[in-house]
Each structure stands twice: as structure tokens, then as C-alpha cells.
Ligand binder design. Structure first.
Ligand code: IPM
Ligand code: MG
Length: 366
């Protein structure tokens, strides 16, 4: 088994170092190989996803990804921007199924901006289709308008599209995931306006016939955005397209008050996957040793569970993270009165200590 380690930019390298430490202590049999990605790869090789990195990712059994991006690349031509690395990996590796759990840890209920009773015990799973929709639809570009409100004016356009097999396969993923949970799927669409999403709704309904044991509801995306903050616990599995999933998964992450805690998985048809924290590269705090490494550590746990077939090791990591939270350790993003503020490395060390059954005590902040 081989794991490609792609730390990326900003806090990516700091949080990845902690996840690698945790994996190393588990004494499992796999090799790791590290490569540059995003802005770091652009600086070194002139491209955010160099062939060497892409080939490593293709050859590996799983990819552990940190984060990419920095404002300083915003002016680059689109193809050279760090975000293209993650889009390219999704496309070239066929990672169509994106799992974004939003779990509110009991110890962090008060970190949410919603009332504690609305989020206590929250455990929902957003399944976002990741290789289709308006993100990848062709044609796209700029041109001179030949019709519309301003013929002759400069305009830009993208194409929203989904084929039937693309919708079918993500629907199967969602129904199967729901079977392992509370057996309810909410399919989010905009069927009242968009042809693409009327089709989405029809196809999801058709696939549902094979899953009579799972409840299916349909919801318009604007209403879903509202229900997520009104009664988030009413959801179990949410399945939606690439763009709506991008937006709703950030909203759902924030319900837990701690995007720094949330892992994600992007899987292909044979469960090979790329695992990454749900948060970004946070260039504003990069290099300070204060970023929360737990989302990356939990992404490594997801990798062990979904791709590397090591559920016990995944359980051990997840329990260690809970133990560290129960001991009152917090990075700045989840800190509250009465808890102990620690830095990135101390947080990683505490997870290691918990894994080896030691009592967690630390007074360092770095
Ligand atoms: C995400 C990010 C990416 C996306 C960007 C960085 C391309 O927002 O993973 O949610 O839009 O998919
Ligand atoms: Mg996003």
C-alpha cells in the first residue's frame, strides 16, 4: 500500500506533519511519498499539478491532501492557480463522490454560532457530486453576445450539465451510505428552474426504486440552505450536485462551529480516494504553528476506513481525538473560556499520547 502525501500551501505543511506523525505511530504496513502541489508546486515546477505529482497520485492507493491556495496567486491565469490542482486531481482520478460529514462534537457544542440545542449531537453527511455540473461543463468562456439583453456586449458563460450515468452513480453512493446510517436521503436540486436539476430529480427518484428501505425526500437548494440553519438534525444524508454541494457543505461545516475539525473524502468508483480537511490553506495564520491539525488527522482516519480497509485503526484515531478534546485541549479556532489553548504540534503530540494510552497533559502552546 502506498499513500501519496500532498501537503500543499499555507497551513497545509504544518497540519500534514501532524497527520503523518499519527499514521507513523499506528504501525501499519504502507509506504508514503510526498510531493508538491498547488502554489508550492507552481513555484518549483511552474504548474500547480505537475505530471510528477499527478502520476504519484495515480499510482498511490490513497492520497492525503493538505490545502492549497494563497491570495498572491489570484492574479495568475486560471490554469496556473493553486485551485486547479485539486480540480485536476478530481478529474484525472475520477473522484466523483465527495463525502463531507458535519459532526458536532459534544465537547464543542458551544463553538457553534447556532443555539447548542440545535446542533448538539449533529451528525449529517453531505455527499457532493464532484466531477460534473457547471464546474466541468463545456463549453465555457468569454465571447461577444449575439442575443440576450445586450447583444454585441462582452459576456461570459458556463455550462451546467449532468448525464444520466453521472447522476445514477452518485445516487447509488448516497442510498448505500444512508443504509449504513439513519436510512434517509435528501436530494437537493433546483428543479423548479433548471432543466439539469429536473433531470437530476427524475433520475434520483428512479434509482430510489432499488432502495425501498431508504426514505427519499427532494428539496430545493434555497430551502435546503434555510433548513440547514433552522433544523439541521432533521437531515441524515444530503446528496447534491457539484456547485450546490460546494456551498451547502461550507454552511453545514459551520454549524459545527469548527471547520478545523472536519475531514472529507473524495472517492472513485473502486473506493480509491483523496482525503483532505474541509478547510482551506488559511494563509493568514500559516507558519505560526497555531492551525488545528485535527481535520487532517481525522481525514487520515477516513482514509484508513474507506480505502485502506483498516477500520480499527480509524476508530483508534477518532477515539484519540475525542480523548484530547475531553482533556480540554483546544487550538485557537475551537478555544473557549476554561479550556487550554495549544498549538498545532502540541495538539498532534496529544493525539499521539492518547493513541499510546498516556494521560494527556500539556502546558506548551507551540
Ligand atoms: C472545495 C473548494 C474547491 C471547490 C475550490 C478550492 C476549487 O471550495 O473543495 O469545496 O470549489 O470545489
Ligand atoms: Mg468549497
Amino acid at each position: 500500500m502506498k499513500i501519496a502525501i500532498l501537503p500543499g500551501d499555507g497551513i497545509g505543511t504544518e497540519i500534514m506533519a501532524e497527520a503523518v506523525k499519527v499514521l507513523a505511530v499506528l504501525d501499519l504496513k504502507f509506504e508514503t511519498e510526498t510531493a508538491l502541489v498547488g502554489g508550492a508546486a507552481y513555484e518549483a515546477h511552474g504548474h500547480p499539478l505537475p505530471d510528477s505529482t499527478l502520476n504519484l497520485a495515480k499510482a498511490a492507493d490513497a492520497v492525503l491532501f493538505g490545502a492549497v491556495g494563497d491570495w498572491k496567486y489570484d492574479k495568475l491565469e486560471r490554469q496556473f492557480r493553486p485551485e486547479q490542482a485539486i480540480l485536476g486531481l478530481r478529474k484525472h482520478l475520477g473522484l466523483f463522490a465527495n463525502f463531507r460529514p458535519a459532526i458536532c462534537y459534544e465537547q464543542l457544542t458551544h463553538a457553534s454560532s447556532l443555539k447548542p440545542e440545535l446542533v448538539a449531537g449533529l451528525d449529517i453527511l453531505i455527499i457532493r457530486e464532484l466531477t460534473g455540473d457547471i464546474y466541468f461543463g463545456q463549453p465555457r468562456g468569454r465571447r461577444v453576445a449575439i442575443d440576450g439583453h445586450f447583444p454585441g456586449a462582452e459576456e461570459a458563460f458556463d455550462t451546467m450539465r449532468y448525464s444520466k450515468p453521472e447522476i445514477e452513480r452518485i445516487a447509488h453512493v448516497a442510498f448505500q451510505a444512508a443504509r449504513r446510517r439513519n436510512k434517509k436521503v435528501t436530494s437537493v436540486d433546483k428543479a423548479n428552474v433548471l432543466e439539469t436539476f429536473q433531470f437530476w430529480k427524475d433520475v434520483v427518484t428512479e434509482v430510489h426504486a432499488q432502495y425501498p428501505d431508504v426514505a427519499l425526500e427532494h428539496m430545493y437548494v434555497d430551502n435546503a440552505a434555510m433548513q440547514l440553519v433552522k433544523a439541521p438534525k432533521a437531515f441524515d444524508v444530503v446528496v447534491t450536485g457539484n456547485m450546490f454541494g460546494d456551498i451547502l457543505s461550507d454552511e453545514a461545516a459551520m454549524l459545527t462551529g469548527s471547520i478545523g475539525m472536519l475531514p472529507s473524502a473524495s472517492l472513485d468508483k473502486s473506493n480509491k480516494g483523496l482525503y483532505e480537511p474541509s478547510h482551506g490553506s488559511a494563509p493568514d495564520i500559516a507558519g505560526q504553528g497555531v492551525a488545528n491539525p485535527l481535520a487532517t488527522i481525522l481525514s487520515a482516519a477516513m482514509m484508513l476506513r474507506y480505502t485502506l480497509n483498516q477500520p480499527e485503526a480509524a476508530d483508534r484515531i477518532e477515539s484519540a481525538v475525542k480523548a484530547v478534546l475531553s482533556a480540554g485541549l483546544r487550538t485557537g479556532d475551537i478555544w473557549s473560556e476554561g479550556t487550554q489553548r495549544v498549538g498545532t504540534r502540541a495538539m498532534g503530540d496529544a493525539v499521539l499520547a492518547a493513541l499510546s494510552g498516556k494521560t494527556i497533559t500539556t502546558t506548551t502552546t507551540g
